[in-house]
Design a protein around this ligand. Structure first.
Ligand SMILES: Nc1nc2c(c(=O)[nH]1)N(C=O)[C@@H](CNc1ccc(C(=O)N[C@@H](CCC(=O)O)C(=O)O)cc1)CN2
Ligand SMILES: Nc1ncnc2c1ncn2[C@@H]1O[C@H](COP(=O)(O)OP(=O)(O)OP(=O)(O)O)[C@@H](O)[C@H]1O
Length: 188
């Protein structure tokens, strides 16, 4: 399947998740993230402001603040570039024409200062940790020379054994993929 068709299929699947299923999978992901070495060792963490179909990132932001970590969030720039700006409870956000919340102003942090990036997306493969996002190519460009940890948190609906979309040479592979556990299992 082409990337574009695969994205549309994933957006459709994710839109159909029930509120209960989202809650259960989000709780599993929070448990896995907060106990991970990557999280515990990070001082500066890059997080997105999630939209409705994405993994809920608000608990990640709150926990990071509680633990004294610095949170940075992306702002899209011309030429499909992206920069990360510090995010606090005093930050002003603006909504882009694609409906995504971004910092209104501020000073970007240097890429080398970021320890951990929680990478958003629509689909991932378990074997090679390939990723497909919303199609802007923003993260592929940004991550090309990023040396910290690239970690993704995924609903089960986002995960495939092998990529069911074409993987291009510019697609950046993730370092770690955390997948929500089955919500019938209490050891999540
Ligand atoms: N919550 C969240 N924030 C995020 C991302 C994300 O995936 N999730 N991003 C992750 O990258 C960046 C924004 N991603 C974007 C991805 C695509 C387009 C865009 O231009 N879409 C066009 C089609 C693009 C194309 O196919 O050429 C469109 O919808 O018409 C805009 C922003 C930064 N912030
Ligand atoms: N390192 C790069 N340099 C130049 N162009 C790039 C690079 N990475 C990706 N692109 C371009 O960006 C476009 C979108 O890439 P792709 O379809 O892989 O997006 P995506 O990974 O799904 O999106 P995103 O990273 O924003 O979540 C492609 O047309 C590709 O040519």
């Amino acid at each position: 399947m082409e990337k574009k068709a695969f994205r549309q299929q994933q957006i459709q699947r994710l839109s159909q998740m029930t509120a209960e299923e989202r809650v259960a999978q989000n709780l599993s992901l929070q448990n896995q993230l907060f106990t991970s070495t990557a999280w515990q060792q990070a001082q500066i963490v890059a997080i997105t402001i999630s939209s409705a179909i994405e993994v809920d990132t608000r608990p990640f932001v709150k926990r990071a603040w509680d633990e004294g970590k610095t949170v940075v969030i992306p702002k899209t720039l011309p030429h499909r570039q992206m920069a990360f700006y510090p995010y606090t409870d005093a930050s002003q956000l603006t909504r882009t024409k694609f409906g995504i919340l971004e910092p209104a102003d501020g000073t970007p942090v240097a890429k080398q200062a970021i320890d951990l990036i929680l990478v958003p997306g629509l689909g991932y493969s378990r074997t090679e940790c390939a990723r497909i996002g919303f199609g802007g190519g923003y993260y592929d460009r940004y991550l090309a020379d990023f040396t910290g940890v690239k970690l993704t948190l995924a609903y089960r609906q986002m995960v495939f054994d092998h990529p069911e979309w074409p993987v291009d040479e510019f697609d950046i592979l993730l370092d770690q993929l955390l997948v929500a556990k089955d919500d019938n299992n209490e050891h999540n």
